[in-house]
Design a protein around this ligand. Structure first.
Ligand code: PMP
Length: 429
């Protein structure tokens, strides 16, 4: 496969952009090689600067649930853009967006728009602190809630991929208010809460983790967190930046039947435009300015192009009959095909999946937390990634990320992927 233009662009990019990229995992640093510079994408496929076509399992890290350049979304943006790209004043569209989200997501009376998942999570933590009058919060090792200082402690995604143990620039003071536990270890959470009685404002969690590969909550884990939060006056924050509107119209809350106090959303609700949001019950959300004194703001928040893109996508997700069943079926078909070829290969592996999230770990033991994800043979994953890329399949460039299945994938695409996995495994053994 010729990637000469990507190579040229990467060397040019490094002259003016740190590492040649605007977000670290894109650099292919841990898997090695040259990151592909993309030109366009449509449906299930992305095309790089050299014109190579790839079946896409990143889907902009989540939002392209219906595939790239989804026609109604593109048209809605085109129709809206001539009315101006930003007002800095309220619009009716923002109300429609908030009402649509409320009609889909459980436990959301009020919702505030922001510009990224990072902002959403950062603001939710500030609100939880303001509401409870407590400073500390618990997050889980390997979960990623964006790049705000307080979250860069034992974080997943790029922080895990690059094995950054301590992030320079995050002060010890800030980090000391972030308490961490292993995912799925309820006893450890209980012990931490007991050791910090009345000091913990919230527990924030990816209800299905996607930033250390795909890791599922074990039965009773999220329920246990819910009970603990109720008993100890802490808020349970679900970071649904990946899972929201993906696992079900009402996200992980609906799919797993657990109520959160606050919920954060991100990329999905902008259909690929820069958006995030946090919401919850009125009793908590009314502490946000201008109703309350917990300050949070944004010049571009509620941006009309981001709103119309997200609104159009969410409406399709809400109204397309059988969509979530179709996503589950595609994932099940892929998983079964992967299982068959991985079993034939005969080396240890684990597949985790729920809804349209899936990942493979080259591991002998179950992968249910960050330690087990990190203990897998991730060097093997890196070779696997490149073997797949050569066969036109674009996987996340790290074992510490989840694959996303879009509804644009055809059975032929899934079959091509399964065949590519069989060939890649043979190549890397
Ligand atoms: N939370 C989760 C679960 C995420 O996966 C991400 C990004 N991958 C974020 C928060 C941060 O979102 P953003 O990159 O839009 O700031």
């Amino acid at each position: 496969m010729i990637q000469a233009k990507s190579e040229q662009l990467f060397s040019r990019a490094q002259q003016s952009i740190p590492g040649g990229v605007n977000s670290p995992v894109r650099a292919f640093k841990s898997v090695g090689g040259t990151p592909l510079f993309m030109q366009r994408a449509e449906g299930a496929y992305m095309y790089d600067a050299d014109g190579n076509r790839y079946i896409d399992y990143i889907n902009s890290w989540g939002p392209m649930i219906l595939g790239h350049a989804y026609a109604p979304v593109v048209k809605a943006i085109q129709d809206k853009v001539a009315d101006s790209t930003s007002f800095g004043a309220p619009t009716e569209l923002e109300i429609e967006m908030a009402e649509l989200i409320k009609s889909m997501a459980p436990n959301v009376d009020l919702i505030r728009m922001v510009n990224s998942g990072t902002e959403a999570c950062m603001s939710a933590i500030r609100l939880a602190r303001g509401y409870t009058g407590r400073n500390k919060f618990i997050k889980f090792e390997g979960c990623y809630h964006g790049h705000a200082d307080c979250f860069l402690v034992k974080a997943g995604s790029g922080v895990a991929t690059f094995n950054i143990q301590q992030v320079p620039g995050v002060t010890a003071g800030v980090a000391s208010d972030t308490l961490t536990c292993a995912y799925n270890d309820l006893d450890a959470v209980k012990a931490l809460v007991a050791a910090h009685k009345d000091e913990i404002a919230a527990i924030i969690i990816e209800p299905v983790a996607g930033n250390m590969g795909c890791i599922l909550p074990e039965p009773g884990f999220l329920e246990g967190l819910r009970t603990l939060c109720d008993a100890e006056g802490m808020l349970l924050i679900f970071d649904e930046v990946m899972t929201g509107f993906r696992l079900a119209p009402g996200g992980a809350q609906q799919r797993l039947h657990i109520d959160a106090d606050l919920v954060t959303y991100g990329k999905v609700i902008g259909a690929g435009m820069p958006v995030g949001a946090f919401g919850g019950r009125k009793e908590i959300m009314q502490h946000i300015a201008p109703l309350g004194n917990v300050y949070q703001a944004g010049t571009l928040s509620g941006n009309p192009l981001a709103m119309i893109a997200g609104y159009t996508l969410l409406k399709e997700l809400k109204e397309q009959p059988g969509l979530y069943a179709a996503l589950d079926e595609k994932t099940a078909y892929l998983r079964q095909g992967l299982d068959t070829v991985l079993q034939q290969w005969g080396q240890p592996y684990v597949i985790n999946s729920l809804g349209s999230m899936l990942s493979i770990h080259f591991s002998e033991q179950p992968v249910n937390d960050f330690a087990s994800a990190a203990a897998a043979n991730n060097g093997r994953f890196n070779k696997f990634f490149h073997a797949m890329l050569c066969r036109g399949v674009y996987l996340p460039p790290s074992a510490f990320e989840t694959w996303f299945i879009s509804n644009a994938l055809s059975t032929a695409d899934l079959d091509h992927t399964i065949k590519a996995v069989a060939e890649s495994l043979a190549e890397i053994s």
